[in-house]
Design a protein around this ligand. Structure first.
Ligand code: F6R
Length: 590
């Protein structure tokens, strides 16, 4: 995944790059580094660890020069160690490069270069640096050497390069990895996302695949694959830098959970004509497929129940990473709904590209404005929940649910009613947050050393069980499984033993009695039952009371306790919920 940034302007560049990098840390936090050009030299500092740790050791912001690039890493090729951290250089240290993506043919290229070039890392990125070095030997400008290099690369990349042999410019290119340019007053950024530099400028040029940007303190020149200049104006990005602060909370995750009820309001505030239009497209389509990953896929599964229950519209949900294997059934009568907070998840993007090539209509449900997915879709519905920084999805998941509710109500031609109901829900849900915080903290104290959790629910809430389990495992590293309550007896119940926590999501709806029966079956085998419900039952060892709502809205009623439970368990186990190990927020590799 990784985050990259470059800055050129009148002021010292490294402090600006460092600040931007801290906003990109959600993309990777295995290691960090910055390189600048000063006095005809590349100056470089990097190390393993989170940015604050690397900064504490090496004062990345002390590098002089008004041109610099930086990187936060999520390791793909090569272990987490200092040589593998970015920026990388060539043999003589005359250029520096930061890269996000994967070069698929790097081994082959490395073998070709090894005789003449000295490699110090195991990364695919270093190969690019050495290739550029070879082409720079001809005395070519940096952009020409980069273009020649690209001709040899297979795979995905967003990269930024600086060189002392052609100083005063950053050359940046992208293919299938995000890259945007920030245009300030006599200063320019290139970065994996606009959030990183919004403090300085909200004027953004979105780069397309196979484009190259040559950035100097005089301006930005953009070129297409054929080397022809492309004219594109910067557009204003509406997000505010302040939205991406912790606002007094210890972690972004808690702040973003608290923002959940407000997210319902913002997501429900949409252009009604646009929502109706998308809903009609879905309703009329011969086939509807929803593609998404992780939490976004669980939101999609709930959307699927809503479409079916409210609008009698059947659709399928396909894991985006498996989408390609269903491609043969896609045609121009298919609507593909791509759901992604970041709008950059490569599995989703690949699926969408494939479906688009087969003539399908693409609707996206996306949070990040101007993201690759939003730009690639025929129609986009935005979550409007502002930046989500914690790696785990919380408020964006809630907003995705809201969009599915809106679409389902629109399909019934009852959009206004749906909006009113959704907006009315946020007060009760807010109350449940305050009510449950203390008991969930106490529960975390009781259960933090358990090795396994099981989450069960039925009907529309089944995906909430899976979502609750995903939150728990990714944040606290406790193994957890979520499943339809009725499925438990077909195998998993064998794992229940004395004290095993079973989270039974059993709202007081048509599923209540059956879910309770399944919970009783686990209790008979020693399970500790945490009932998440608006209705008390004596089998609960712990009752997390949630607001009573209309049956179809129970996913929104139970979501905050599930998120909070994972949060408190992570905290109790001493884990950083904002930056879970091995994960990154924007998954731009396959
Ligand atoms: C879990 C989580 C991930 C994402 C998944 C898709 O808390 O955040 O499972 O939901 O990586 O990401 P997007 O929605 O950006 O495509």
């Amino acid at each position: 995944m990784c985050g990259i940034v470059g800055f050129i302007g009148k002021e010292q560049a490294s402090p600006v790059v460092l600040r931007a990098l801290t906003r990109l840390e959600y993309r990777g936090y295995d290691s960090a580094g910055v390189a600048s050009i000063y006095d005809n030299e590349i100056l470089l500092k990097k190390d393993v660890g989170k940015i604050a740790e690397v900064q504490g050791k090496y004062a990345l912001d002390g590098l002089p020069g008004n041109i610099a690039i930086g990187h936060v890493r999520w390791a793909t090729h090569g272990v987490v160690n200092v040589p593998n951290a970015h920026p990388h250089t060539d043999c003589e240290g005359k250029l520096a490069i930061v890269h996000n993506g994967i070069i698929e043919n790097y081994q082959e290229l490395r073998h070709q270069l090894e005789g003449e070039h000295h490699f110090v890392s195991e990364t695919d990125t270093e190969v690019i640096g050495h290739l550029i070095e070879s082409y720079m030997k001809n005395g070519d400008p940096l952009e020409k050497a980069v273009t020649a290099t690209l001709g040899q690369l297979e795979g995905s990349y967003a990269m930024a390069v600086i060189s002392v042999d052609d100083p005063g410019k950053i050359v940046a290119v992208r293919r299938s990895s995000p890259l945007v340019i920030g245009v300030g007053d006599g200063e320019y950024f290139v970065a994996s996302d606009a959030l990183s530099f919004l403090e300085k400028t909200n004027q953004v040029i979105f780069m397309e695949d196979d484009e190259m940007a040559v950035i100097t303190d005089d301006g930005v020149m953009l070129y297409n694959k054929k080397g022809k200049q492309v004219k594109r104006k910067a557009v204003k990005v509406e997000w505010e830098w302040d939205q991406a602060s912790k606002n007094g909370h210890d972690y972004f995750m808690l702040k973003e959970i608290i923002e959940g009820p407000e997210a319902i309001q913002s997501a429900a505030t949409q252009d009604k004509k646009h929502v109706m239009d998308v809903a009609m497209n879905i309703l009329r389509a011969k086939q509807v497929i929803i593609a998404a990953c992780g939490s976004s896929r669980y939101a999609a599964l709930i959307g699927r129940y809503l479409f079916s229950q409210l609008a009698s519209k059947f659709c399928d949900v396909v894991m985006a990473s498996e989408f390609q294997y269903f491609a043969s059934s896609i045609d121009k009568h298919t609507v593909v709904i791509a759901v992604s907070q970041s709008g950059e998840t490569l599995d989703v993007m690949e699926g969408v590209k494939l479906a688009k090539a087969k003539g399908a209509k693409i609707v996206s449900i996306v949070n990040v404005p101007g993201s690759s997915l939003a730009r690639m879709s025929h129609k986009a519905l935005y979550l409007n929940c502002g930046p989500e920084i914690c790696v785990a999805a919380t408020k964006s998941f809630i907003s995705q649910l809201v969009i599915f509710y809106l679409l389902a109500f629109a399909m019934m031609n009852k959009l206004d009613q749906g909006v009113k109901k959704l907006k009315g829900l946020s007060v009760g849900i807010n109350g449940s947050f305050a009510e449950n915080s203390q008991s969930l903290m106490t529960l975390a104290d009781k259960l933090y050393d358990q090795g396994n959790f099981y989450y069960i629910a039925r009907g529309i809430n089944f995906a909430m069980a899976s979502e609750g389990a995903l939150k728990l495992k990714e944040l606290s590293y406790i193994h957890a499984e979520g499943m339809p309550a009725g499925e438990l007896k077909h195998g998993t119940i064998a794992l229940i033993e004395e004290g095993t926590p079973v989270v039974a999501i059993c709202p007081n709806d048509e599923t209540y009695h059956e879910t309770i029966s399944n919970a009783i079956e686990t209790k008979a085998r020693g399970a500790f039952i945490i009932g998440i419900s608006d209705r008390y039952n004596e089998i609960y060892d712990e009752w997390i009371k949630v607001p009573e709502v209309e049956d179809i809205f129970y996913p929104l009623s139970v979501v905050l306790p599930l998120q909070l439970m994972a949060y408190y368990l992570a905290i109790r186990r001493g884990k950083d919920p904002d930056k879970p190990r091995n994960l990154a927020k924007s998954v731009t590799v396959k």
